[in-house]
Ligand binder design. Structure first.
Ligand SMILES: C[S@@+](CC[C@H](N)C(=O)[O-])C[C@H]1O[C@@H](n2cnc3c(N)ncnc32)[C@H](O)[C@@H]1O
Length: 262
């Protein structure tokens, strides 16, 4: 785990994305400032958080079933059961998972992410996705980059605005992966429920959090050059494999899984 010995400093004077999301999921690791943002959001925001998390579970289980046993998860969030490693190690006990987030509150709760099955490995890096090379350098010490890796960027890239080069960041990460790897990505949509998207963006902005929802074409661009697996780029509840169809419901989250060729 990459962390200093000092306790991470938690700023409770302003809201943080990881803590607002935790509140939306019904978690307890948030503060009054985060609750105040959450309470102003439309009811659909809670559905979106749940749908997003359920997508993560289905995609991770499918990848593990498919034989993927290495995961690099960036923008992990505050631990919420079941966490990614619990899902994949249930299928492949030897799975190795590297978690990354830039929020000190996630570092503070990282012990929950580090309770791996003895046969497997979990690790946590306190890092910013805008420094992909630093993340890759660390991950190379834990994961074997000569074998397939699933890179998950779940509900992360809408925090990275166009002026911060989001597509180059994802390209740098994906280019480091060998053929047979996967990109798992979900993203808030600007074009499915535009009024809701505007309201959510405005409420986060009041709290000083920049959110940049993207339309379908902008989300699809993250998958350029990769092979989207069925059912393609769809809403979070529409992404499922086999018979595990979730209840059909409206969603403002795009989700997709793509294979890295080569
Ligand atoms: C909405 S949460 C998603 C958590 C988890 N991936 C999930 O889908 O359940 C977004 C997470 O991304 C993290 N995050 C935001 N900007 C980041 C950045 N620049 N680098 C790394 N993590 C970031 C936040 O701290 C938060 O934990």
């Amino acid at each position: 785990m990459t962390a200093g010995t000092a306790k991470p400093q938690i700023d409770t004077s302003r809201p943080h994305p990881a803590r607002v999301y935790d509140w939306l999921l019904g978690g307890k690791d948030n503060y009054r400032v985060d609750q105040e943002v959450g309470e102003q959001l439309p009811a659909m925001a809670k559905d979106a958080a749940r749908q997003n998390r359920e997508f993560m579970r289905r995609a991770a289980a499918w990848l593990a079933d498919d034989g993927i046993d290495q995961f690099l998860d960036i923008g992990t969030g505050i631990p919420t059961q079941p966490n990614l490693h619990q899902i994949v190690q249930e299928v492949v006990p030897t799975a190795r998972v590297v978690y990354t987030d830039n929020d000190p509150i996630v570092l503070r709760h990282a012990e929950a992410l580090l309770i791996s099955r003895p046969e497997g490995v979990t690790d946590y890096i306190q890092a910013d996705v805008r420094e992909p090379e630093a993340i890759l350098d660390h991950a190379r010490g834990v994961l074997d980059f000569d074998r397939p890796i699933a890179l998950s960027l779940i509900a992360l890239m809408h925090f990275i605005s166009d002026d911060q080069d989001p597509y180059s960041i994802v390209r740098t990460l994906v280019d480091a992966l060998p053929a047979g790897s996967y990109l798992v990505l979900s993203h808030a949509a600007s074009d499915l429920y535009p009024e809701m998207a505007e309201r959510v963006t405005a409420e986060y902005a009041k709290g000083g959090i920049r959110l940049g929802f993207r339309a379908r074409a902008g989300v699809s661009r993250f998958f350029d050059g990769l092979d989207l697996v069925e059912p393609g780029l769809v809403t979070a509840p529409e992404w499922f494999k086999g018979t595990s169809a979730p209840e059909a419901e409206g969603s403002g989250i795009y989700a997709g899984v793509a294979r890295v060729g080569g």
